[in-house]
Design a protein around this ligand. Structure first.
Ligand code: MG
Length: 375
């Protein structure tokens, strides 16, 4: 099973208010469409993602990574078909998702995918729990049995060739892709939906969606500690900055004790070992290596797992050299290497009051904390 996804974002979303269509409005610091796409790009079981947009929205869409942009048609149906036709033919299945459902929980996607192993179509839904009435002129005119009614959600999943054929044969619009599939005779299995799979429709939905995204936030904290001893030399490298000194730090790599502590803090937050495990000192290829190789590896690993680094705090512990005059350049260099705003990077220093090995100027110790966030 090779699965592609089509995210439909070509609508104009007028009911939600605002100057731009709802999918391009900001929610918890990112555009709605960016949140929605991230739900799919962060998964390893989805091979390809096509984002169908209105041609006017190209500038907004260009910010989104790891998706292919396709221009939609006049109607939702036409947009979906354009997205389906743009998918690589190697895909056997497709998930069609509404961009306005930006908080879709991963278990909803999991259930659709697992149903597709045995069915040509599968889509999430929730049973109707409220009583249902019919009404006329402000009065209840009747009641409606709700036992066989469901509230449909997305992503709706299908065998790719079947849903393409169904869309080509279908004319005259449809509420969703399940309707198109059923018109072509495909059976669609109902999978478990979730109240958290909210569709942003009206202005008040933005606040609800924001609260849902924040509830599902995954926050990790990691710490790192490192020590390097002094040896003969004329400079040290601390947090990527060369500082003149009457000694150097001894180590297999460039012995950047501050950068090592920060790197280990990131690995720690990911619960994924430490520098020594990823870059064994026994391996000669890391001898004299610039420590930024280690830091970039940890930062990329965090990114691959869907985390962004919220902040990093590093304390260097030594009597000499004096860190103060170099702290700003260390902060800038660390922020550049991690691609993180400087306001999220702290580099500070302390002495150990002449006590212990740092007090005797036998080496430098560093302590770091990193916070990682996944929404
Ligand atoms: Mg080290």
């Amino acid at each position: 099973m090779r699965v592609g996804a089509v995210i439909v974002a070509a609508g104009r979303g007028k009911r939600a208010g605002g100057d731009v269509p709802k999918q391009w409005q900001f929610l918890a610091g990112k555009r709605v469409a960016n949140w929605t796409c991230a739900r799919f790009t962060e998964r390893h079981d989805i091979a390809e993602i096509v984002l169908v947009i209105h041609p006017d929205d190209r500038a907004f869409a260009s910010e989104i990574k790891d998706v292919r942009i396709v221009h939609g048609g006049e109607t939702r149906d036409q947009s979906v078909l354009k997205g389906l036709e743009a998918l690589n033919g190697e895909n056997t299945h497709v998930l069609i998702h509404d961009v306005a459902r930006c908080s879709v929980p991963s278990h909803v996607i999991d259930s659709v995918l697992s149903a597709l192993r045995h069915a040509k179509g599968a889509a999430p839904a929730l049973p109707v729990t409220d009583a249902l009435w019919t009404g006329q002129a402000g009065l209840v005119s009747g009641t409606q049995d709700r036992s066989a009614l469901f509230r449909a959600q997305t992503p709706q999943g299908f065998a790719l060739s079947e849903i393409i054929a169904a869309h080509r044969a279908h004319t005259g619009g449809a509420a969703d892709d399940v309707e198109v599939a059923r018109a072509a005779g495909l059976d669609v299995v109902i999978t478990e939906g979730d109240e958290a799979n909210l569709k942003i429709t009206t202005p008040s939905d933005f606040a609800r969606a924001e609260a849902l995204l924040e509830q599902s936030m995954d926050i990790r904290v990691g710490n790192g500690f490192d020590v390097h001893a002094f040896e003969e030399g004329d400079h040290v490298i601390l947090c990527g900055v060369r500082v003149a000194h009457d000694k150097s730090l001894k180590g297999h790599s460039d012995a950047d004790v501050g950068m090592h502590a920060v790197t280990d803090a990131i690995y720690g937050a990911l619960a994924d070992g430490d520098i020594g495990q990823h870059f064994p000192p026994s391996d000669p290829q890391w001898k004299g290596a610039a420590s930024e190789i280690f830091l970039r590896h940890a930062v990329n690993l965090a990114q691959e797992r869907g985390f962004s680094i919220s902040n990093v705090d590093c304390t260097l512990i030594c009597e000499q050299p004096k860190i103060g005059p170099h702290a700003a350049s260390m902060k800038n260099e660390m922020s550049r290497l991690m691609n993180l705003d400087a306001s999220r990077v702290s580099i500070k220093a302390t002495t150990s009051e002449r006590l212990g090995f740092t007090g005797r100027e036998e080496g430098i110790a560093a302590l770091a904390t990193a916070t990682l966030v996944k929404l």
